[in-house]
Design a protein around this ligand. Structure first.
Ligand code: AKG
Ligand code: FE2
Length: 203
């Protein structure tokens, strides 16, 4: 038989991030989901154009002692690590040659909860470190937008997926987790970061 001639022209799109689908096994997903139900979350108020608003999700910052984080003009003190998330941090550090010392865990109760456009470019993040993002629970769309060309990418993140945002991409790209009103289930996201210890300590 004659080989079929490929007549379609395929465009290859270079993403600014790397995705590893189903990085966590079913068992690991379950253990981490069960643990994440009991983290000490809160929904702090943040100032947007001079007005205070509660963030539209719950979050907690788990990190090594002294690795406090500043989020929208507020210092978030580190809460201690939990067993499975600490295991995952060690796993990522050894597999990807990183030195993560903190993780921001976001809990979105359903598709009404979301996160607006931003870059993870706080000055306490070690500049040559990647950010590793692990998703659990319901699938949600994650969007990227280039700051000058406005080029956009949409990636549906599913339970157990790992997304790597390489060092340097935050200066060119914004990202967001938009509302998805059809989503009725909860989603957890873990963004592992490397922070300069004691950055916010007054001398
Ligand atoms: O929930 C997500 O996938 C995005 C989280 C995020 O961008 C962040 O924590 O900075
Ligand atoms: Fe982010």
């Amino acid at each position: 038989m004659q080989p079929v001639q490929q007549s379609l022209a395929f465009e290859t799109v270079e993403l600014p991030v790397k995705i590893i689908r189903r990085y966590l096994t079913e068992k690991q997903r379950q253990l981490l989901l069960d643990e994440a139900e009991s983290y000490p979350y809160s929904s702090p108020q943040i100032e947007v154009y001079g007005k205070l608003h509660r963030i539209p999700r719950r979050q907690v910052w788990l990190a090594d002692r002294g690795c406090d984080y500043r989020y929208s003009k507020q210092i978030i003190t580190a809460s201690p690590w939990f067993h499975y998330v600490a295991w995952l941090k060690e796993q990522l550090n050894s597999e990807f040659g990183q030195s993560y010392n903190g993780v921001l865990v976001n809990h979105y109760a359903d598709g009404t909860e979301h996160m607006g456009w931003h870059s993870d470019d706080e000055p306490e993040i070690v500049s040559n470190s990647d950010i590793a993002s692990v998703s659990l629970g319901d699938s949600r769309d994650f969007v990227l937008k280039h700051k000058t060309t406005h080029q956009k990418h949409l990636i549906t993140l599913e339970c157990g997926d790992l997304l790597i945002m390489p060092a340097g991409m935050q200066s060119d790209w914004l990202h967001a987790l938009p509302k998805r009103l059809k989503s009725k289930r909860a989603r957890f996201n873990f963004t592992f970061r490397q922070i300069i210890p004691n950055y916010h300590k007054k001398i």
